[in-house]
Design a binder for this molecule. Structure first.
Ligand code: ADP
Length: 219
């Protein structure tokens, strides 16, 4: 990996962010809790929901270990969240690294540096075009496995495939939540990460996730 920003001290890297001082740290993002005013009942160590958050806004402001890009198969940059991420990272640097990766299959992912993003790394996932639950679930699962393989502990996902790729929002949310729930329920996985953030950009996704999270991560 060729990202010169990865070796910088945090204070130095913060001077380089394209978003300036508008970054959001992990400690500013609350964990999901159905009973948000009460402390979570913790049994058997940590419960799955205590690792999950919702963040409403621009994924390129998150100062965490990795953000997920809804990329295309050529990893060439594009519109939507992909365009935001490439611009905020510094398109030239990121493009150059992406070009070395030989593209990416639908349902899988590749990692690059985050360059001028507050996030250290970008995990580029290629979601399916249209409603194909298998490849969409595989994006979430493979991104989590790649995160852990790189010893990273916090990640944010946009609503992969629900923009230009046309996956209906509610069924995509169910696939995403089910994939993350399954991954977190594996006792080998849970302790390896600190936080999984669902980064929502559209009001309709906020409504959907607020409703569905209660079912997938009751506490
Ligand atoms: P795809 O091609 O996989 O459908 P899109 O980028 O078109 O990807 O859309 C995926 C989702 O990302 C949509 O819900 C869109 O509203 C959302 N999105 C767009 N920009 C951002 C951003 N800056 N931060 C987070 N989510 C974003």
């Amino acid at each position: 990996m060729v990202d010169q920003f990865l070796s910088m001290k945090l204070e130095e890297k913060r001077q380089q962010y394209k978003c300036g001082s508008k970054y959001v740290t992990l400690s500013q993002i609350p964990v999901w809790s159905v009973k948000s005013n009460k402390p979570s009942a913790v049994s058997n160590g940590e419960i799955a929901g205590s690792k999950v958050s919702v963040f409403v806004g621009d994924i390129t402001t998150l100062e965490i270990d990795a953000i997920v890009n809804a990329a295309n198969g050529k990893l060439a940059g594009g519109g939507g969240v992909d365009g935001f991420i490439h611009r905020a990272a510094g398109a030239e640097d990121l493009q150059a690294e992406c070009q070395t990766l030989n593209g990416c299959e639908t349902g899988s992912c590749k990692i690059t540096g985050g360059y001028r993003l507050p996030a250290k790394y970008i995990i580029h996932c290629v979601g399916p075009v249209g409603e194909k639950p298998g490849p969409l679930a595989s994006c979430y699962e493979s991104a989590m496995n790649l995160l852990v393989a790189n010893n990273l502990r916090s990640i944010a996902f946009p609503c992969i495939s629900t923009g230009v790729y046309g996956y209906p929002n509610e069924s995509a949310a169910k696939v995403a939540l089910n994939a993350i729930q399954t991954w977190l329920n594996d006792p080998n996985n849970r302790d390896k990460i600190d936080r999984i953030i669902f980064c929502l950009f559209l009001e309709k996704d906020v409504e959907i996730y607020n409703r569905l999270l209660n079912q997938y991560f009751p506490d």
